[in-house]
Design a protein around this ligand. Structure first.
Ligand code: GDP
Ligand code: ZN
Length: 459
């Protein structure tokens, strides 16, 4: 069955000087040729060429636009179908007009993500690669796009495929042992073999999951809360971090009311400075919303920057705050080092335990480098060591991997308890299926539709 030819504007609306209308499908070249006038018909040009000409409205014979048309014949294309890209430099009206002409002359408007969906359906990419592309489109920092890129290149797929292969090998070996018992204690030997191999697979899944938390942070930003008594320099620090680093996004669409989130990129670590509007206005979230509620807010943060005043001895409320954040990832910032020392650093260490301490002066801008270094260090010296390792950065992948881990645990528990081996095999098969879902080999159509509809239009 032929899929209909689809068409859409594949460049961001209102951005850039060039806009592209992209068609994909069996009739892409014919449809474009109905609207095109150049030295040669598009039907005659070679594949993977760019052709100068004009778009003419066939009904009115009016020249709509001067264009460069790329013609790419299947199967060496993104979707493995014929693709035509009409490049024009006109404004949004012209682009829309060309899109409309393709629609009235045989193409159908593409759904969001449909080009990538076709690449998937035509076997050009697997599902985790498709999702990698989706994350790539949305990624906010260089490092995040590198992670997305790795996924596109199929590294996650390769690892998952390896795990699935191992499960098949276990299943096969178990079959052989059952069918051809060569020794008396075959049952015991089979169980031992299964447990050893299953544990290895569980460890690999665990390793992938460990990178999951980091991956999520890379995409969504490390949610960071700045706390401290009034007047210690929280706002000054926030402003310094924002000025010193490229702000990535100022406001996130879909967040409600007055909640403002500032994104800054600190040495490759995306920080999402949470509720900074609140901090700015009230100066002290702890005093405003009370210790109990702030404790709740604080426990949701990935990172807490706790600011103290070098020029003032510790007070009760410092201790209260320290108590509230003792289970979190904290960097202590001792600010106002340009002033006279009244703070006992040894006492701070005693109060906080083993946490990094950085001394700064927002007035003279001293210590900012060390602070930024500390933030990056805390992040990258955690589970993430190599920059090019494969991260699992997608919520759906993480949840599937967790289920797969649970399933293989079930298999191991059952084996240990002496449950008949064919029952144990069911859990192994379930693990194999769940891993398959990560790379799209065991997914239902509706799931595929849901995933691809999240893509930007024209991708
Ligand atoms: P917040 O209440 O914790 O947000 O503190 P602010 O950032 O609003 O700063 C309170 C006051 O301290 C302001 O007058 C700042 O200019 C001043 N301040 C902030 N950082 C420093 C510093 O490192 N040294 C000195 N001397 N003053 C500072
Ligand atoms: Zn302030």
């Amino acid at each position: 069955m032929e899929l209909e030819t689809i068409s859409s504007i594949s460049t961001p609306m209102g951005e850039g000087a060039i806009a592209i209308v992209r068609l994909s499908g069996h009739d892409a070249i014919e449809i474009a040729d109905r609207l095109y006038k150049g030295k040669k018909s598009l039907l005659e040009v070679e594949s993977h060429t760019i052709n100068y000409g004009h778009i003419i409205d066939p009904e009115t014979a009016e020249t709509v636009e001067e264009v460069m048309v790329a013609v790419m014949r299947a199967p060496r294309t993104y979707t493995r179908e014929n693709i035509v890209e009409i490049n024009c430099h006109g404004g949004i009206m012209t682009v829309n007009r060309i899109l409309e002409l393709t629609l009235t002359h045989g193409a159908r408007l593409a759904e969001p993500g449909e080009f990538t969906k076709r690449a998937f359906l035509n076997g050009r990419i697997d599902l985790s690669q498709a999702e990698g592309i989706m994350d790539f489109i949305r990624s906010k920092t260089d490092r995040a796009s590198k992670v997305a890129m790795n996924q596109i290149e199929g590294r996650l797929s390769t690892m998952i495929k390896g795990l699935r292969q191992s499960i098949l090998e276990i299943l096969a070996q178990v079959e052989v042992n059952i069918d051809y018992p060569e020794y008396d204690d075959v049952e015991e030997a089979t169980t031992q073999f299964l447990l050893t191999e299953a544990r290895r697979i569980e460890q690999s899944i665990d390793a992938l999951l460990t990178t999951g938390a980091q991956g999520k942070i890379l995409r969504e930003g490390l949610s960071t809360v700045i706390v401290g008594k009034p007047n210690v320099g929280k706002s000054s620090m926030l402003n310094t971090l924002i000025q010193d680093n490229k702000a990535i996004v100022t406001e996130i669409a879909g967040t409600t009311r007055d909640v403002l989130e500032e994104y800054v990129n600190v040495r490759g670590v995306p920080l999402r400075l949470v509720d900074t509007a609140g901090i700015r206005e009230t100066e002290d979230i702890v005093e405003k919303i009370g210790v109990e509620r702030s404790r709740e807010a604080l426990s949701k943060a990935d990172l807490i920057l706790y600011v103290l005043n070098y020029n003032e001895a510790l007070t009760d409320s410092d201790y209260q705050l320290a108590e509230a954040i003792k289970h979190e990832d904290v960097i202590v910032i001792i600010n106002k080092t340009d002033l006279e020392q009244k703070l006992d650093i040894a006492e701070v260490k005693k109060m906080m335990g083993e946490v990094p301490i950085v001394e700064t002066s927002m007035l003279s801008q001293a210590g900012i480098d060390q602070l930024e270094e500390q933030i990056a260090k805390l992040f990258f010296e955690g589970a993430v060591q190599q920059q090019d390792m494969t991260y699992v950065s997608n919520a759906r992948h993480i949840s599937l991997l967790k289920s797969a881990k649970a399933a293989i645990n079930d298999a191991m528990n059952a084996a240990e308890m002496g449950v008949p081996i064919d029952i144990v095999q069911i859990d192994l098969i379930r693990t194999w299926e769940l891993l398959g879902e990560v790379i799209g080999e065991e997914v239902s159509d509706s799931l595929i539709d849901q995933l691809f509809s999240q893509f930007c239009l024209g991708k």
